[in-house]
Ligand binder design. Structure first.
Ligand SMILES: Nc1nc2c(ncn2[C@@H]2O[C@H](COP(=O)(O)OP(=O)(O)OP(=O)(O)O)[C@@H](O)[C@H]2O)c(=O)[nH]1
Ligand SMILES: [Mg+2]
Length: 313
């Protein structure tokens, strides 16, 4: 997940195009038309940021930073550069790499999040990228609540050429996770990817089940799970922020994955979530293909969000 492939940035830019179009077309017109950045222009900028779901506080901070700048007449690129820098500032320290192959072996990765957020798809994409690097990967269908969930994951396992472990609908997910960890130790797996249910009878039951899964994993492997990724859907906007708080309060989340950034003009939501969360953002999803899951890099993200090219490294 750390390598940069060709076309990488263009996929990111393409994925974020709904947000960047909304944000920059209007923003640059405000600034270019108003050389002297008056109060009305700044207010308009703040409104645009709020519309893109940056939230009131961050929008005000970014607008205030932009107010300090003077832009040459008709230079939309300078405006974009300044905006990207202001967004990246807000994300400072909130990015972290994700590479289960660099950690202890077997590396146990747990996927949590509400139903439909993209857990299973994200797991599948990660599995494919790991097997492509030669890793021995075990996929575990810890969502024993829905029969269709097991089938969906099986398809991903086949596509990724990873091994698969599942049980009948209604089976105990923690028991399955336990057995999977024992098998992974015995059979020398590099990585175990454990899917979980997004919905049970109620929220408390969901949390209790996740905590139980974490507890049994720890019984088999010290220090595991090595990663617990909370998967959040960007298209639900402020709801994703609320979900981060609910899962984050349980204090077992080690990293965030923000999916479906391609499906929304409100991709700014990533910024308040990154600021509010104790866990860093590790990966972002900008489409349904395997290549559309990308490591989160704050500066790159900020630039592509305003439609700028990457900086040469
Ligand atoms: N456009 C887009 N679609 C995505 C992305 N990630 C996931 N999806 C789609 O979102 C839908 C739900 O994804 P799942 O992976 O099934 O979600 P889940 O969290 O496992 O859902 P449950 O199993 O119901 O809890 C699927 O149709 C995915 O293809 C993304 O980054 N971009
Ligand atoms: Mg699922």
């Amino acid at each position: 997940m750390t390598e940069k492939k060709p076309g990488w940035f263009s996929r990111l830019t393409q994925g974020l195009s709904k947000t960047s179009q909304q944000l920059t077309e209007q923003v640059t017109s405000v600034f270019v038309a108003n050389k002297a950045l008056d109060a009305a222009a700044l207010e308009e900028l703040e409104d645009m940021l709020i519309e893109s779901d940056f939230g009131p506080q961050i929008s005000a901070t970014i607008a205030a930073k932009m107010a300090e700048r003077k832009f040459a007449d008709n230079d939309p690129n300078a405006v974009k550069e300044a905006l990207a820098a202001a967004i990246a500032d807000e994300l400072r320290g909130r990015e972290e790499g994700f590479d289960p192959l660099s950690g202890p072996k077997p590396n146990i990765v747990l996927f949590v999040g509400v139903n439909g957020s993209g857990k299973t798809t994200t797991l599948g994409k990660i599995a494919a990228s790991l097997t492509a690097r030669g890793a021995k990967v075990l996929i575990v269908a810890g969502d024993t609540f829905r029969a269709a969930a097991v089938e969906q994951l099986k398809v991903w396992a086949e596509r990724a050429k990873a091994d698969f472990m599942g049980r009948k609908t209604g089976a105990d997910a923690a028991g399955l996770a336990y057995d999977a960890c024992v098998r992974a130790k015995e059979e020398g797996y590099d990585v175990v990817l454990i899917d979980t249910a997004g919905r049970l009878q109620n929220k408390q039951q969901l949390m209790d089940e996740l905590l139980k899964i974490v507890r049994v994993i720890k019984k088999v492997i010290d220090g595991a799970p090595h990663e617990t990724l909370l998967v959040l859907d960007a298209t639900v906007g402020r709801n994703a922020l609320a979900q981060e708080q609910i899962f984050g309060r349980q204090a077992f989340v080690s990293g965030l994955v923000m999916t479906k950034l391609d499906g929304t003009a409100r991709g700014g939501i990533l910024v308040p979530i990154a600021k509010a969360s104790d866990a860093p953002i590790k990966l972002i999803g900008v489409g349904e293909d395997i290549e559309d899951l990308q490591p989160f890099r704050a500066r790159e993200f900020a630039r592509s969000m305003v439609g700028l090219e990457p900086l040469g490294e």
